[in-house]
Design a protein around this ligand. Structure first.
Ligand SMILES: C[S@@+](CC[C@H](N)C(=O)[O-])C[C@H]1O[C@@H](n2cnc3c(N)ncnc32)[C@H](O)[C@@H]1O
Ligand code: SF4
Length: 354
C-alpha cells in the first residue's frame, strides 16, 4: 500500500512562564529544564514512530501551546532539523508579547532555524484589562517591537480577544485602530470564553453583538477579508495551516493533548504530561463514518465565509429556509454561506443544520 503523506503538522508545546487564569489550553507553568528535555525526547520518539509509517512533505508546520518559545530556541532547532521542510513550508510559532523584549535577536534566531510566520498574543491594548487578565507586558514597547518585526521581514499575525471583562466599545475601537495604523496583514479576534465566568464582569450580550459587528464592519471596510469566523487578513496572508483544518485536510499533531486526522480517523492524546512522556505513542481514536463526515463538513465548512458548504449536505431543509429567512445564512446557487455579521451565532446555526 502506498504510504500516506503528511502535509500539515502541528506540534504542541505545553509550557508557559505562568498560567493565565482564563486559559483552557493545555499548558503548565514551569522553569524545570529537565522536564523540557524529557518532553523533547518524547516528541522525537513520537515523530520517529510516524516516520516509519507515513511520508512527510510539509506544506505547513505550526508550533502552538502553551508558549512554544519557552522550550528554548536550541530545542526548537533540533525539532525542525528532524523534519523535512522546504523554503515553501509555512512555519509558524505562537509568541507571547513579553517574550519579544529583545525583538531583533529573537526574530533573527527564529528565521535562522526556518520560521517564517509568528503569531503574537496581544489580547488587548487596554492596560487595566490586561492587568485583570493577569497579563503583564510593556504596552509602550509593543509598537516599537512591531516596527522592528516589520523591518526584519517575517510574516506575522496578532491575536486579540473581545468581550473582555469591563471592556467598552471604545476600547475595542482602539485595538482596531492599532491594526489599521500598523497595516497588520493578519489578525484574529476571539470572543473571550471562560468556563467559570464568576470572577469576571463580562459585557452584556447586546454589547458583544455590537462588538462582533464592529470588528467585521471596520476590518472589511479597511480591505481585510473576513475569511473565517475569527480571522481577518489581506489577500495572500491567510493562515495556510489553519485553512487546512477548516478544509478537512489531513494533519498530524505531535505532543501532549494534540489531535490528528489521518486515514479517515481522528485520534488524540490525553492531556497529561507525565503520561505522554512515558508513552508518546498512546492515542484515543474515533473512526469517521459517512454521517460524521457530513457533519464535520457542515461544522468546518461554514466557518469559511467565502467557501461555504454544498446545499445537498443539509437534510433539514425546513431549518435551512428558516435560517435564510432570518438572514443568518444565504444560499447562492448550490452553496450555503453564513452571513458575515452573524458569525457570532455559528454554533447555534450549525446546531440547526446537523
Ligand atoms: C494557544 S493561545 C496562546 C498564545 C500565547 N501563549 C499567548 O498567550 O499569547 C492562542 C490564543 O488563543 C486566545 N485565547 C486564549 N484563551 C482564550 C479564551 N479563554 N477565550 C478566547 N480566546 C482565548 C488568545 O488570543 C491567544 O493569543
Ligand atoms: S501564556 Fe498563553 S497559553 Fe500560556 S496560559 Fe497564558 S494564554 Fe494560555
Amino acid at each position: 500500500m502506498e504510504k500516506n503523506t503528511i502535509k500539515h503538522l502541528y506540534i504542541h508545546i505545553p509550557f508557559c512562564q505562568k498560567k493565565c487564569p482564563y486559559c483552557d489550553f493545555y499548558s503548565i507553568a514551569t522553569k524545570d529544564k529537565n522536564i523540557k528535555k524529557e518532553y523533547l525526547k518524547a516528541l522525537i520518539k513520537e515523530l520517529n514512530y510516524y516516520k516509519n509509517q507515513v511520508g512527510f512533505n510539509l506544506k505547513t508546520l505550526y508550533f502552538g501551546g502553551g508558549s512554544p518559545l519557552t522550550l528554548g530556541i536550541d530545542k526548537l532547532k533540533i525539532l525542525i532539523k528532524n523534519l523535512k521542510i522546504t523554503n515553501k513550508t509555512e512555519i509558524t510559532i505562537e509568541i507571547n508579547p513579553e517574550h519579544l523584549e529583545n525583538t531583533k535577536n529573537i526574530i533573527k534566531s527564529l528565521k535562522d532555524i526556518g520560521f517564517n510566520r509568528i503569531s503574537i498574543g496581544v489580547q488587548t491594548l487596554k492596560k487595566s484589562i490586561l492587568k485583570e487578565l493577569k497579563r503583564f507586558y510593556n504596552l509602550e514597547k509593543l509598537e516599537q517591537n512591531i516596527k522592528e518585526i516589520k523591518k526584519l521581514k517575517i510574516n506575522f499575525s496578532l491575536d486579540f480577544m473581545f468581550g473582555l471583562p469591563n471592556q467598552k466599545i471604545e476600547d475595542l475601537k482602539k485595538d482596531l485602530n492599532f491594526v489599521k495604523k500598523h497595516k497588520i496583514k493578519h489578525v484574529s479576534f476571539y470572543l473571550f470564553t471562560v468556563s467559570d465566568r464568576k470572577p469576571y464582569k463580562l459585557p452584556k450580550e447586546e454589547i458583544i453583538q455590537k462588538m462582533f459587528k464592529l470588528i467585521d464592519k471596520y476590518l472589511t471596510k479597511n480591505k481585510y477579508v473576513h475569511y473565517e469566523v475569527s480571522n481577518f487578513a489581506k489577500y495572500g496572508f491567510f493562515s495556510k495551516h489553519n485553512l487546512a483544518y477548516w478544509s478537512r485536510k489531513e494533519y498530524l499533531g505531535l505532543g501532549v493533548g494534540a489531535h490528528s486526522f489521518l486515514n479517515k480517523k481522528r485520534f488524540w492524546k490525553i492531556k497529561n504530561l507525565k503520561e505522554y512522556i512515558k508513552n508518546p505513542k498512546k492515542v484515543k481514536a474515533e473512526k469517521i463514518n459517512k454521517e460524521k463526515k457530513d457533519k464535520e463538513k457542515i461544522m468546518l465548512g461554514l466557518r469559511l465565509l467565502e467557501k461555504g458548504i454544498n446545499k445537498n449536505l443539509i437534510k433539514d431543509l425546513e431549518n435551512l429556509e428558516y435560517l435564510k429567512k432570518y438572514k443568518l445564512i444565504k444560499i447562492i446557487k448550490n452553496k450555503v454561506k453564513i452571513n458575515r455579521q452573524k458569525t457570532y451565532l455559528i454554533d447555534s446555526i450549525v446546531e440547526e443544520l446537523i
